[in-house]
Design a binder for this molecule. Sequence first.
Ligand SMILES: NC(=O)c1ccc[n+]([C@@H]2O[C@H](COP(=O)([O-])OP(=O)(O)OC[C@H]3O[C@@H](n4cnc5c(N)ncnc54)[C@H](O)[C@@H]3O)[C@@H](O)[C@H]2O)c1
Length: 262
Amino acid sequence: MKDITGYAGKRVVVTGCASGMGKATARLLLDLDAEVHGLDRQDSDLPLAAFHRIDLCDPASIENAAAALDGSFDALFNCAGLAPPFSVTDIMKVNFIGTRALTEALLPRLAQGAAIGSIASTAGMGWSRRIPVHKQLIATPTYQAALAWVAANPTEVAEGYSFSKEAVIVWTMQEAQKHVERRIRVNCIMPALTHTPMMTDQIAVNTSPEMMEQVVLPWGRPAKPEEQAFMLVMANAPAASFLNGAAINVDGGRMAKLVLGV
Ligand SMILES: NC(=O)c1ccc[n+]([C@@H]2O[C@H](COP(=O)([O-])OP(=O)(O)OC[C@H]3O[C@@H](n4cnc5c(N)ncnc54)[C@H](O)[C@@H]3O)[C@@H](O)[C@H]2O)c1
């Protein structure tokens, strides 16, 4: 088959490669003949080119993992994430602060024309209501400074998940402006409820069955991890060379339904 995505032989990094959407992303990239370097805090059973353990809650672990990754890369997939009932601090660390730190550590080693794709969420759909607040967090220069900002702004951050995903979206849009000279594109996807261990072990146990029925409307079922992985892999594909600063809804029409009130 013609390689329309352009991934064959490309060196890519996938965080959260051990489970759910990150695993589906890594698997699809392997199928597309990319050289896949995986990062996760738990082991992966995929036939990766390399795997390194990382704890995005720990700046030293992020530095070590970035150092262990060898050479330059053509794409970074930020798929690792945490949801309640984990602590607000850990959710903010994994979903935004650690993800940003890893991205910054790898940026100098991304090749001309590389791409960065992150998984946000429809939970971040309120991002445009408080861009100045997110700009404050994004302006923090270090991991520790971002943590201090989170501790000082508990009302904004609330339970952490929605805020962390809004932050990923605003950060994506801001980063997309910064690397244009190197033609590095930065995008994210906004999945609706997706059938992964996070859904079964974290989201479903904290959500009533009635609410679970509501959040899958209008399509009537959660997404499959492969359906999310496909869009993320396409967003980072060399062939998607004019896609930059986008937050792509992958939600079976949920956002459109909510916005139009239909
Ligand atoms: N499942 C959903 O309904 C849903 C919906 C929208 C967005 N998301 C987002 O999608 C992304 C993938 O989630 P998923 O549903 O595939 O969940 P998952 O739990 O199956 O996978 C998450 C992965 O992140 C890794 N991870 C967690 N904490 C980490 C840490 N401290 N350091 C390194 N790795 C860590 C886990 O080990 C796991 O492999 C997350 O960012 C999540 O917030 C999920």
